[in-house]
Design a protein around this ligand. Structure first.
Ligand code: DX5
Ligand code: ZN
Length: 221
C-alpha cells in the first residue's frame, strides 16, 4: 500500500501561500490537503474557490479538498473548475450521500467521505464500493492544532477490516493531531494517507515533510 503525505495548508502562511505549497510539493508531499470551512458545518470560515484557483498553477500534485461545508454538492462543479482532484465530503453534511457521491464522480473527480469522531464507520457500509477514500477525523473538524483523539485508531482498524472483507483497497485518510511522534501508530492501524497541518508548517516545512516521508519508507520495509 502506498503511503501518502497530505500537508494541510490551513497551517500555512496565507500571505505566502504559493511558496508554502511549492515547498511541501518539492519536499515529497503527494497531496495538498485543502480545508474548506463554511461557518455552518464547522464554527470557523477558511477560504473557497478563488484561493484554490490561485494556487492551482503552483503544482500538479493532487488537490485533496476537504469540504467542511453543509450540502457540499452545491459547490462540486465550482470546486472542479477551481482545480480540485479529490473532493471529500462529510457524511454528516449530506442529506443524500449516495447522490452526492455520484454527482462528484460524474464531474470527473475522485470522491472521499469524511466521518466526524463520533460517527461510526458502519454508517458507510452500503456505499464503500462507491468511494475512493474514507477520511477518519481524529479531531473534531474546524481548527488546526488540536489533540489526536485516541479512539480514532480503533475506527481505522475496524474500517480496514471492513474493506478487506469486501476485497477493497480503498484509501484511508486520517486528519487531525498527527505528528512525527504518533504517525506510525496511525499507519499501523491501517491508514495510508496522512494529513498534517501544524506538524508540517510549524518550523521548516521542507524538513518536516521529508521527515514524514522517511518514516513512510521505514514502515514499508
Ligand atoms: C481540521 C482540519 C485539518 C487540520 C489539521 O478541521 O480538517 O485538516 O488542518 O491540522 P493539524 O494537523 O494541525 O491537526
Ligand atoms: Zn482537513
Amino acid at each position: 500500500m502506498e503511503y501518502i503525505l497530505a500537508p494541510s495548508i490551513l497551517a500555512a502562511d496565507f500571505g505566502n501561500l504559493r511558496q508554502d505549497v511549492e515547498t511541501v510539493a518539492e519536499a515529497g508531499a503527494q497531496y495538498i490537503h485543502i480545508d474548506v470551512m463554511d461557518g455552518m458545518f464547522v464554527p470557523s470560515i477558511s477560504f473557497g474557490m478563488p484561493v484554490i484557483k490561485s494556487i492551482r498553477s503552483c503544482t500538479d500534485k493532487v488537490f485533496d479538498v476537504h469540504m467542511m461545508v453543509e450540502e457540499p454538492g452545491r459547490y462540486a462543479e465550482d470546486m472542479k473548475k477551481a482545480g480540485a482532484d479529490l473532493l471529500c465530503v462529510h457524511q454528516e453534511a449530506c442529506r443524500h450521500l449516495d447522490r452526492t457521491i455520484h454527482q462528484i464522480h460524474d464531474l470527473g473527480m475522485k470522491v472521499g467521505v469524511a466521518l466526524n469522531p463520533a460517527t461510526p464507520v458502519e454508517t458507510l457500509e452500503w456505499i464503500l464500493e462507491e468511494v475512493d477514500m474514507v477520511l477518519i477525523m481524529s479531531v473534531n473538524p474546524g481548527f488546526g492544532g488540536q489533540k489526536f483523539i485516541p479512539y480514532a485508531l480503533e475506527k481505522v482498524k475496524r474500517l480496514r477490516a471492513m474493506l478487506d472483507e469486501k476485497g477493497l483497497k480503498t484509501d484511508i485518510q486520517v486528519d487531525g493531531g498527527i505528528g512525527l511522534g504518533n504517525v506510525r501508530q496511525v499507519l499501523e492501524a491501517g491508514a495510508n494517507i496522512i494529513v498534517a497541518g501544524s506538524a508540517v508548517y510549524q518550523g521548516d516545512a521542507a524538513v518536516n515533510t521529508a521527515a514524514f516521508c522517511e518514516i513512510f519508507k521505514e514502515m514499508k520495509k
